[in-house]
Write a protein that binds this ligand. Sequence first.
Ligand code: MRU
Length: 351
Amino acid sequence: MRTVELSRENVRLIDQRRLPNELVVMACRDYHEVGEAIKTLAVRGAPAIGVAAAGGLALAAQALKDRSEPEFRAGLESAAAELRATRPTAVNLFWAIQKVMDFAATQQGRPPEDAADALYHFAVGMAEADVATNKRMAEFGQALVADGAGILTHCNTGSLATVDYGTALGVIRMAHEHGKQIHVYVDETRPVLQGSRLTAWECVHFGIPATLITDNMAAHMMRLGNIQICFVGADRIATNGDTANKIGTYGVAVLAKEHGIPFYVVAPTSTVDLAIASGDEIEIEERNHEEVTHIGGVRIAPEGIGVANPAFDVTPAKYITGIITEAGIAYPPFPVNLKRLLQGGNQNVGP
Ligand code: MRU
């Protein structure tokens, strides 16, 4: 199945908190449950939470379809506000909600029942578009992968982080499907372990040769010559190319630069936030400290210790070789070339 599946009755999600030990599908029956699933990381990954939120809004519309038009609109607005408040960093969430709300505005004057139906189809279309976008990015990205390459990736950017196929892991998957002999080094990605729990699970599932490493082994693997290229995803990309992604990404980028290894970000254009000039303007989510002090419910740090748990960091643009989108690959200078890509310019703009 897909990671996110929409229907008029529910939003079905692979519950990522249970992987890799159990593959369980959960059904969210209203937008409150979708919001809770996003907050608790049952569904996670920038594109996946965007589509899940769109599905949540479609559920809200279904629940409001017998109300008056003003009540329908007010109800949708309040659902959108609740869903926006779930997680702050990934712009795809806000982008997807805005897209649905803009579409809802075009339905003004129609009976709520018809508008709700149209909204449901719109959200389903967004889910489909996500898969097509990922495959386009994967085609662009896989062309950069040499036969025999060792590839480092961080966090989970695969099918589980999207509706299907993935962003950075989608590139890796397509290189594998094209018959390239690749080997993936999977950062475990402390503290929530999206690498060891989810990316490793996808690699095993798809038969992609891979080795799991702890985050602090990346430098060593690079020095040994095991890594020829890095692919990571993104939660928000500023106009200047600064990229927020899972905590630890910045360190990988600095290491890659030091070792002369190309470092690529793979993300749909919906992850680019032209409303902000640089990464300094990106809000970094601070999550529950138990994610750091506990593993699998077992305490691994003493009571009373101070803890920080930023879920994301910002990689300055100067460490990024290129940004792979469904519209093509942007190379530095990003302020010019990202804009060009978004405005429908050439594929592969720059260097
Ligand atoms: O906290 P998460 O698991 O939602 O963080 C996910 C990431 O940082 C991914 O790398 C990013 O969303 C890109 S996913 C295609």
